[in-house]
Design a protein around this ligand. Structure first.
Ligand code: CA
Length: 501
């Protein structure tokens, strides 16, 4: 069971989001994940999504989305600090190298939508708009003092001579004359990008100084930044932040340019489009002609609803109106992330008792690429969330044994299941999964005649009895209420138990 495998196309991929909102600051994350890289590969992680690596506009421990200078990866004395929350440029590069040495692909977090922490204010003619419908003007044009001058004195032109001013942005949320929060100002000579989310009338504006991606100088600059970043870091893919606030045609063109530059049409790109309605997500995928994967937010909400329903949820509906049902080739599945965790902007945390069930669902069912949340693997001390039991075992099962033809039994209010027949490329592969959101359950499921007379065991280790497959290739698999049972072959079981955490 080889573990150096990120470049092997014949294995199931698993991404880890290697941060949570409150992950320790003090510039230690790059060193920590560098040290962890071999271990992550060993239990089956193939891809790692790292947080934004560039200098944030304010406060030392900013998570990184309040981007100030995308060329400062913890190299220049800017915003009062050399390093970012996570460390220095060299530590970031060393961390990426450690992942590559472990044959894990690295996905960089790319924030193009906004800039924060300008070096200077300038006078700009702007219109105050209704924050709840940005097409409603609340004023005639008047002069505001906008934080839109970014000249990066601490970097002094290294890597890029480009400096930003108000012509490169569409609007801001702060007038330094008026000094009131809660406002949004559109620059009088600009329109919001038309091809963005239509929430709030038009959701081009999110925060900070909103980048005008259709300004030709900006487009050119963002492209040259992308090339610089790829050359410097050697990252293997992008996670694009806040794409619902960025013009869709710009995004499509940008990704094409990046892939051309890499000479790799499969260069992985994952977009963050936060919306629970599958029709909205499908519409976006159509707009960008499916050029990137996006997170399966509807599935996250289905799972969250199920986790709080005390069994009053029809598990047969769990995949209804999700990306893995409608657009599996574009689906990145996840249970929670740094925005949905307790205390954060999109808080919608899945109930802890169900997380093992939920991870079994996304890790062991065939479709989508799952993204495991740091806070679920390691826990979140800040909000006292525990690590999810046997999550590493589930990732191992996915990596080593969840192969072959799938037979679905997603057919019951309280208990659902499926089997994978296994294949010849993966020794001892073949699994049966049963999940319950309430009562104990049993299902007779087909797993393949080749297993006739063979035994299966539950590697979640809640059920001690062995299941023997009959001559027709069926087994009577069981699950305890409110839990998951993951049945594997006996050799697989022994391997998993030996390596259990
Ligand atoms: Ca925008």
């Amino acid at each position: 069971m080889a573990k150096k495998n990120g470049s092997d196309k014949n294995i199931n991929r698993t991404i880890i989001q290697y941060f949570e909102w409150y992950v320790e600051g003090n510039h230690v994350l790059w060193n920590k994940c560098r040290a962890q890289a071999p271990r992550l590969a060993e239990f089956g992680i193939t891809d790692v999504w790292l947080p934004p690596a560039y200098k944030a506009g304010f406060i030392e421990d900013n998570v990184g989305y309040a981007v100030y200078d995308m060329y400062d990866l913890g190299e220049f004395e800017q915003k009062g600090l050399l390093k970012t929350k996570y460390g220095s440029k060299q530590e970031y590069l060393d961390c990426i190298k450690a992942f590559h040495d472990a044959d894990i692909r690295v996905l960089a977090d790319v924030v193009l939508n906004h800039r924060v922490g300008a070096d200077e204010f300038e006078d700009v003619s702007a219109v105050k708009v209704d924050p709840h419908n940005r097409y409603n003007n609340w004023s005639d044009p008047y002069t505001i003092s906008a934080a839109t001058v970014f000249n990066f004195p601490g970097r002094n032109g290294k890597y890029s001579k480009f400096t930003w001013n108000h012509t490169h942005f569409t609007g801001v949320d702060w007038d330094n004359n008026e000094r009131q929060t809660g406002n949004i100002y559109r620059f009088a000579d600009k329109n919001w990008a038309g091809d963005v989310s239509n929430e709030m009338g038009n959701f081009d504006y999110l925060m900070g100084a909103d980048v005008d991606v259709y300004n030709p100088e900006v487009k050119k600059e963002l492209e040259s930044w992308g090339k610089w970043y790829l050359d410097l870091t050697g990252v293997d893919g992008f996670r694009m932040d806040a794409v619902k606030h960025i013009g869709a045609s710009f995004m499509k063109e940008y990704i094409a340019k990046i892939r051309d530059y890499k000479k790799d049409r499969d260069f992985p790109v994952i977009g963050e489009y936060w919306h629970g309605d599958i029709n909205v997500l499908e519409n976006y995928l159509n707009q960008i002609e499916g050029c990137m994967s996006i997170f399966d937010v509807p599935l996250h909400f289905n799972i969250r609803q199920m986790s709080y329903a005390d069994g009053n949820y029809n598990m047969a509906d769990i995949f209804n109106n999700t990306l893995i049902q409608r657009r599996p080739q574009n689906a990145i599945t996840f249970i929670d992330n740094h925005d949905s965790q307790p205390g954060q902007s999109l808080e919608s945390f899945v109930n802890t008792w169900m997380k093992q069930v939920a991870y079994a669902l996304i890790l062991l069912h065939k479709d989508g690429i799952p993204c495991v949340f740091y806070g679920d693997l390691y826990g979140i001390p800040n909000t006292r969330n525990i690590p999810i039991p046997r999550l590493r075992t589930l990732i191992r099962v996915r990596h080593d044994f969840a192969y072959g033809e799938q037979h679905d039994y997603i057919d019951h209010y309280d208990v659902i299941g499926w089997t994978r027949e296994g294949d010849d490329d993966h020794p001892d592969s073949g699994i049966a999964v049963l999940l319950s959101d309430k009562r104990d359950g049993m299902k007779r499921m087909y797993i393949g005649k080749k297993f006739a007379g063979k035994c299966f065991r539950d590697c979640m280790r809640k059920i001690r009895e062995v299941v023997t497959i009959d001559d027709e290739g069926y087994g009577d698999f069981t699950v305890q209420g409110f839990s998951s049972a993951v049945w594997v072959t006996e050799p697989a079981y022994e391997y998993l138990v030996i390596n259990e955490d």
